[in-house]
Design a protein around this ligand. Structure first.
Ligand SMILES: [Fe+2]
Length: 562
């Protein structure tokens, strides 16, 4: 039984294959087209998934799409009556998502399988159900409290509920424009970033500001009702109008002039980021608190784009009263391709749970022969290194910045040690060097550390695993000076714990680096040229290597240096 899961709703188009309940492969279309966050139909990702899995279109039994155009039509129909200024933007959005995209999909199905008798069944899965299924049905726990939050799906912006086995009970849904994600998007736009994409930059900016200055006003913009519904005071925002800015006149009057892209940050931009980050954390904790009171689950599953707010997740781990939380590595819309497939497998086909998603390396890979062929084609004389891990550890210890390309590609926005740029975090100048020579990104943004899972507590204040870099914790005070390049200004770090079972080569690299430096922690940032998606192929890696200040490139067993 093969299910093709697709996200083709809003952005981060993705395809995956689930065979007999096992997630075989998942690829984001942006990695192949090199168009970051693309909303295009994931044709290349589908073709590559099939090729890598050794399957053909004839093998596909079901196609699961993470958007249901029939959902919430009644609610939507009333919207332009209440928000007449939104009519044009709303109508074009609905035309695109409810008419055009589903029509394209039906035509694609008909062209791909001309014989209706052989055509797979098409399933439209509600967006938030896809978020939930892609997290809960493949999390390590049979029962959990559920929290899903994003900007908006068909019309829902979030839900709270609980999951038992393959049952999902929804306690409360919130609907557009009552959206915690949209409020944070407005703050992101106010700070001069691209809303709906750059929320991580707002999160990184927040520790530089003082939340107290604006916290009372920020709290007034969005709150949680006792029944778990998100409420927004729309007087602060223009996003319900679907045109112009997401923040409104009152927002600017109270918080000051927005920053334009490329302008210097002023103190009030930092303070707004800090205040809205704190509000996001507080509202997340309140929703989790309701789930804690209403259920007796020991674990919380957090899904949706808001679940990429790893600082909020860190507080949920520490303060919400659950033993641990699970956030899948592609908690944004990319992961809904996986969720749609599992909704069909576990709910519509009624199959029991049989897969736990703890391995983020589920993309395509390049074997030794493929890497050799690329090196030969590029006339790059690289010898196989019999101790490539030792060589990489030595290069890192010498202060070199290396591109590290290994095995199968990660899913989700974080590089987790297979398409990563790595550097020595113990040197004070590493962060500035990685920024100036390779990444060219905003100087304030922190870089993340990777540590072997078994050593995490020696360096970081955490008791839980963070394999997907989605749970921020504090660096132990005594360790902060030892790993300055991965310690943010507030003493926190967006930690990745690496297990020997999931990524033995990366785990060994951390250990070998630790033998040389005394500290088994490596700075890990995504392997890409600024503004581009993460590298997918050896060609991408070589292009990035020679067009940035990377000192070395490790491609599988081959090492290139400058
Ligand atoms: Fe979403």
């Amino acid at each position: 039984m093969v299910i093709l899961g697709l996200n083709y709703a809003f952005h981060d188009s993705t395809a995956c294959l689930v065979r007999d309940g096992e997630l075989v492969i998942a690829i984001e279309e942006e990695r192949l087209t090199r168009d970051k966050h693309t909303a295009a139909f994931p044709q290349r990702a589908i073709d590559r998934c099939l090729k890598e899995a050794g399957l053909t279109y004839e093998d596909i039994d079901h196609v699961a799409v993470a958007f249901d155009p029939r959902l919430d039509l009644g609610r939507k129909a009333l919207y332009p009556l209440r928000h007449p200024r939104a009519l044009k933007g709303f109508a074009s959005h609905e035309w695109r998502t409810v008419v055009q995209k589903p029509r394209y999909l039906r035509r694609w199905m008909a062209q791909t399988w001309p014989n209706p008798a052989q055509r797979p069944r098409l399933h439209a899965v509600g967006h938030h159900m896809a978020h939930v299924a892609g997290s809960f049905f493949i999390c390590p726990w049979e029962e959990a409290a559920l929290l899903s939050l994003d900007g908006s799906g068909e019309w829902a912006t979030g839900l709270i509920g609980q999951g038992r086995g393959t049952d999902v009970e929804v306690f409360r849904e919130s609907y557009f424009p009552m959206s915690l994600g949209s409020v944070y998007e407005a703050a992101t736009e106010f700070c001069g970033f691209q809303p709906n994409y750059d929320e991580g930059k707002t999160m990184g900016l927040a520790p530089l500001g003082d939340p107290e200055r604006f916290i009372d006003a920020a709290r007034d913009t969005v709150w949680v009702e006792p029944d778990g519904a998100v409420r927004v005071d729309l007087g602060w925002f223009d996003y319900p109008d679907w045109k112009g800015h997401r923040y409104g006149e009152k927002f600017v009057r109270v918080f000051g002039q927005p920053r334009r892209k490329g302008e210097e940050f002023q103190q009030h931009h930092l303070d707004v980021a800090a205040a809205f980050q704190q509000v996001m954390e507080e509202r997340g904790l309140e929703l989790a608190g309701i789930l804690r009171r209403w259920t007796d689950h020991r674990h919380l599953v957090v899904a949706g784009g808001v679940a990429l707010n790893s600082v909020m997740n860190g507080r949920l781990v520490r303060e919400a009263g659950f033993d641990d939380i699970y956030v899948m590595p592609a908690a944004g819309d990319n992961g809904t391709a996986i969720g749609a497939a599992y909704w069909v497998w576990n709910r519509e086909l009624g199959r029991p749970r049989n897969f736990v998603h703890m391995d983020p390396y589920i993309g395509n890979g390049y074997d030794d022969a493929a890497i050799q062929a690329v090196l030969a084609e590029c006339k790059l004389p690289a010898e196989r290194d019999e101790d490539v891990v030792g060589t990489a550890a030595r290069l890192l210890h010498e202060g070199k910045i290396i591109g590290w390309f290994q095995g199968r590609m990660e899913i989700g926005p974080r590089a987790l040690g297979n398409r990563s740029i790595l550097a020595d975090p113990t040197r004070a100048d590493t962060k500035d060097r990685v920024n100036a020579e390779v990444k060219h990104r905003e100087a304030y943004r922190p870089f993340a550390p990777s540590v072997p899972a078994e050593h995490k507590e020696k360096w970081f204040e955490t008791e839980v695993e963070a394999p997907f870099m989605l749970k921020v914790c504090d660096v132990r005070p005594e360790a902060r000076e030892q790993i300055p390049a991965v310690t943010h200004v507030d003493g926190s770090a967006r930690l990745q714990t690496v297990s020997k079972e999931t990524n033995p080569r990366y785990h060994e690299l951390l250990e070998r680096f630790g033998e040389l430096s005394g500290i088994p922690v490596v700075l890990n940032t995504s392997f890409n040229i600024m503004g581009e998606p993460m590298v997918e192929s050896p060609w991408d890696a070589i292009r990035c290597f020679y067009s940035t200040g990377l000192d070395a490139l490790v491609l599988g067993d081959y090492v290139l240096t400058k």
